[in-house]
Design a protein around this ligand. Structure first.
Ligand code: SF4
Length: 500
């Protein structure tokens, strides 16, 4: 651990002392963790109690979900089990490859295992004239028509996304908005940030095209049960922090390899107080620590979000009081400060105020991590409080069509009825772009806001590796929407407390 090298503000992050990650070499190394039992606010009176049948030994949420999905009474980390998949998601980048493998292995005329459990979402390389990128969407369309796929969020007219009523945008946000994320289920996707859906108390993880091709034909996948790291976050969240700060804090602490093939379970009073979108941000970046999946226990916030989004029954599960965790980390969130991840790694953590001399060229607000409605609301709040104009080009890419509409229709609290779009225009931001992944991962050269030159960018996205947003010499500072907006106002990496 690098705790001794941390600045004093990081001491609010503690690891349960008598546990050691390096002690884990086999199942026998598991111990019952001596810990405070945290009971999450659960209000689901109509739902059946969680069960996996005849449970003999305490299990974590992730173990329970996989046990039920594999029709086993008991699982322990390291077990390999065939899991029944509830939802498989794919998109325009990996869909064509997965379809190709499916057809090669199961036959040209084969049918997918369940036309209602496959969700296909074009979102990555959409608003581009790149012919190969456009062709990928055509392949998805042909396949969905051939297979009569129920959930295909198509886009045909690239000149105006608004005339495509089925089109959504970034898959992980669209999955939630369209009711495909349900507690207790297994959701796999051909995208590493599929882990976002763990916010709903489900097992959600990214898989490769070969595995996806197999799932398309069988509805099953062989999975190894991961051990679980538990992150207990208590304390009142300061009003200058967002959950992006929490997850950057965690990744900075455990490093980009700290949760390799492990489940990350988030609990505590702070987590209970988070909205669903903030929980999604938390789970979205577990893969940046190498995590297999992230999970937040479903509660009344979850059930309320799902109202009207899905008519399918679901059954949440929760970690048993005596469940075995590989390690437990504790936060006093009230003592944390805004953080950023400096180039070129998500674990290159620093306090935002420590980077105040870093001059920037641009700000990017968007992606599955930081392009949700609440992310833009947060940015608008900072702009509103400042009464100033942005000093650098500030690009806004709503994750989905619904987010885009929210920017033009929802009033920003405390603004006297102004919408985000009005506030953004007043302070000099670029007009919100068409919803998609945009420049989060660079994309074709004509992608909106792509870094085609070696610029310095503060971004609400999730990765800052060389070349991630385009130019390989570009520098990306990952930050919360608060910090991104504050930085846009000064032209330097800026702690949002300067304005809030
Ligand atoms: S927004 Fe970025 S991180 Fe999210 S799915 Fe798209 S490319 Fe991946």
């Amino acid at each position: 651990m690098a705790s001794s090298l941390l600045s004093p503000s990081f001491t609010s992050f503690l690891r349960t002392k008598d546990l050691s990650l390096s002690a884990f070499t086999s199942q026998r190394c598991f111990k019952a963790v001596p810990r405070k039992i945290i009971r999450c606010a659960i209000a689901a009176p109509q739902r059946q109690p969680s069960t996996t049948g005849s449970v003999r030994t305490a299990m974590t949420m992730t173990e329970k979900i996989l046990a039920r999905a594999s029709e086993k009474a008991q699982l322990t980390p390291g077990d390999n089990v065939w899991v029944n998949v509830d939802i498989l998601m794919t998109h325009d980048v990996c869909g064509p490859g997965s379809i190709g493998i499916f057809k090669r292995e199961f036959g040209e005329d084969a049918k997918v295992w369940d036309r209602e459990k496959l969700v296909i979402i074009p979102d990555h390389y959409i608003f581009t004239s790149d012919e190969r990128a456009n062709r990928n969407v055509d392949i998805l369309r042909d396949f969905c028509h051939e297979q009569n796929i129920k959930y295909f969020y198509d886009i045909k007219d690239l000149s105006n996304f608004k005339v495509n009523p089925d089109y959504k945008g970034v898959c992980h946000v669209a999955l939630a908005q369209e009711g495909h994320c349900r507690p207790g289920e297994v959701l796999l996707g051909t995208d590493s940030h599929t882990c976002t859906a763990g916010a709903f108390g489900q097992f959600a993880t990214g898989i490769g095209n070969t595995d996806a091709g197999f799932v398309l034909g069988t509805g099953k996948l062989l999975l190894k049960v991961p051990p679980t790291l538990r992150f207990v976050m208590d304390g009142e969240m300061p009003d200058y922090l967002l959950s992006k700060d929490l997850i950057l804090q965690i990744i900075g602490e455990i490093t980009v390899a700290g949760a390799t093939y492990k489940s990350m379970e988030f609990v505590g009073t702070t987590v209970e107080s988070l909205t669903m979108e903030e929980r999604m941000t938390l789970c979205n970046m577990v893969v940046e620590a190498g995590g297999k999946n992230g999970v937040v226990p479903a509660d009344s916030t979850t059930f309320k979000y799902l109202e009207g989004k899905t008519s399918l029954p679901y059954e949440p599960v929760y970690s048993d009081d005596q469940a075995r965790f590989l390690a437990e980390y504790r936060f006093d969130v009230s003592k944390l400060e805004p953080v950023v991840a400096k180039p070129h790694s998500p674990d290159n953590r620093a306090l935002a105020r420590e980077c105040k001399d870093v001059k920037i060229d641009r700000v990017y607000i968007g992606s599955c991590t930081g392009g949700k409605t609440e992310d833009f609301m947060a940015a608008a709040k900072v702009f509103l409080a400042s009464g100033k104009q942005v000093k650098v080009p500030t690009f806004l890419v709503p994750a989905t069509q619904k987010v885009w509409m929210d920017l033009y229709s929802l009033p920003v609290p405390g603004s006297g009825g102004k919408t985000c779009s009005q506030i953004f225009e007043e302070v000099g931001c670029d007009t919100p772009a068409s919803p998609s992944c945009g420049a989060c991962l660079g994309g074709p050269k004509d992608t909106y806001a792509r870094m085609n030159e070696p610029k310095v960018c503060v971004s609400t996205t999730n990765r800052n590796f060389p070349g991630r947003m385009g130019h390989k010499e570009g520098q990306i500072y990952l930050a919360s929407p608060y910090t991104a907006a504050a930085s846009a106002l000064t032209g330097y990496v800026t702690d949002p407390r300067e304005f809030l």
